[in-house]
Design a protein around this ligand. Structure first.
Ligand code: HEC
Ligand code: HEC
Length: 211
């Protein structure tokens, strides 16, 4: 119970820190150009279950991830707000237009729509997360800015890595640093990561022939 109210405090803090509603969430990228520009990225992101060497966790699935989130993530790597040397180098080589094109290609013409289908029983630790990510990690209908990523069907070990990075402050998103720290233990991190990873969505590895 106490944990729930702590989470809600952070949710309110998140709103005050600039989470807002917007009707223009669509990128203006060129998907056909984006596919070409993604060529160098397939080496890691195009191979199902490809692993980051150290620490070992699977490279995140990007196919059908929200365009607005992909653009934000690339800017965060470029600015050093996310600490991954390879992704910093990759993102630094991209212009804003490159990022928009790549994001349009990865998201595809039909963004993943929020669904209410649950596989199993939602653990209480995921309750706070549902406010922005939806109970199953496919998001909520309200057009939030910044756009929360799709978590449903993402690699479990990557979700754990991401949450640990927010908890340690190495990944510097103020909203998610608060949210991840509201999880009281590493066991809770694993419970929520397992929950969202085992939910269904169209999120997939972006192989060159993926639809
Ligand atoms: C050498 C392997 C490698 C290459 C090449 C690579 N990536 Fe990545 N990418 C990763 C890893 C590992 C992560 C997770 C890093 C972390 O923990 O933040 C990642 C994360 C990302 C994310 C964040 C996803 C999320 O859910 O937050 C995006 C977006 C991304 N990469 C896009 C690209 C693009 C675009 C390219 C090509 C220009 C590219 N990557 C090339 C390994 C790679
Ligand atoms: C107030 C809205 C909000 C709430 C509540 C929230 N999140 Fe997030 N979440 C976001 C946003 C926005 C991002 C993108 C942040 C960034 O750019 O790093 C995000 C990113 C993430 C990521 C990174 C995914 C990736 O692909 O790298 C994970 C994992 C995550 N959230 C898990 C959770 C969990 C678990 C909870 C509950 C304990 C939670 N979130 C609660 C808004 C929220």
């Amino acid at each position: 119970m106490q944990q729930g109210s702590y989470g809600r405090t952070w949710l309110l803090a998140g709103v005050l820190m600039g989470l807002s509603f917007s009707l223009c969430a669509h990128a203006t990228g060129n998907a056909a150009l984006g596919k070409k520009k993604f060529y160098t990225c397939y080496g890691c992101h195009g191979i199902p279950n490809y692993r980051n060497a150290y620490p070992a966790y699977r490279v995140p699935k990007l196919r059908h991830q929200h365009a607005a989130y992909i653009i934000a993530a690339l800017h965060e790597y470029k600015a050093g707000e996310r600490p991954h040397p390879t992704m910093h180098a990759q993102a630094s080589s991209l212009s804003d237009q490159d990022m928009e094109d790549i994001a349009a290609y990865l998201q595809g013409p039909e963004p993943i729509a929020p669904s209410t289908q649950l596989t199993g029983k939602m653990p209480p630790q995921a309750q706070t997360c549902a406010a922005c990510h939806g109970a199953n990690g496919t998001g909520i209908a309200a057009p939030l800015v910044p756009k929360p990523p799709i978590l449903a069907g993402q690699h479990e070990d990557y979700l754990i890595q991401a949450l640990d990075q927010y908890r340690s402050g190495r990944r510097k998103n103020p909203i998610m640093m608060g949210m991840a720290r509201s999880l009281s233990s590493e066991a809770d991190v694993r419970i929520v990561a397992h929950w969202f990873a085992s939910q269904h969505s169209a999120l997939a590895t972006a192989t060159p022939d993926s639809k």
